[in-house]
Design a binder for this molecule. Structure first.
Ligand code: ZN
Length: 118
């Protein structure tokens, strides 16, 4: 999605370049759209950066001894979580399974799954 927005910005900048200098109304409109899209990309990059920091903090502090972190990896050989690649949902479930097995059973029972889908 981010790459699509970047491509769109390039196309809009190109289109804006070809707008007549006396057609300032359209030029302002295109500039407004470009700035809005660039702002969204900056927000997206900020969220990705925060996401990585929070994953690293969770990896370091989740309480296991089997941390593996060579070459930027953030894995745990004890609970088998890959903090770099696993989804937030998977990480949440694996941590609940380790820290509170009874709650995990309740969450993953057929009844809980049915209730959540309603
Ligand atoms: Zn672990």
């Amino acid at each position: 999605m981010r790459e699509e927005i970047k491509d769109l910005i390039i196309k809009l900048k190109d289109a804006n370049h070809h707008i007549n200098s006396d057609n300032t109304h359209n030029e302002h409109g295109v500039n407004f759209i470009i700035e809005a899209l660039e702002s969204e990309i900056e927000k997206d990059a900020g969220l990705l950066s925060e996401n990585k920091k929070l994953r690293r903090l969770l990896w370091l502090s989740h309480g296991c001894q089997g941390l593996y972190g060579d070459d930027g990896e953030m894995q745990c050989n004890e609970c088998r979580i890959d903090f770099l690649r696993d989804s937030a949902d998977d990480i949440e479930l694996k941590i609940i399974k380790k820290k509170n097995p009874e709650y995990y059973k309740m969450l993953t029972s057929d009844q809980a799954i049915k209730e959540e889908s309603q």
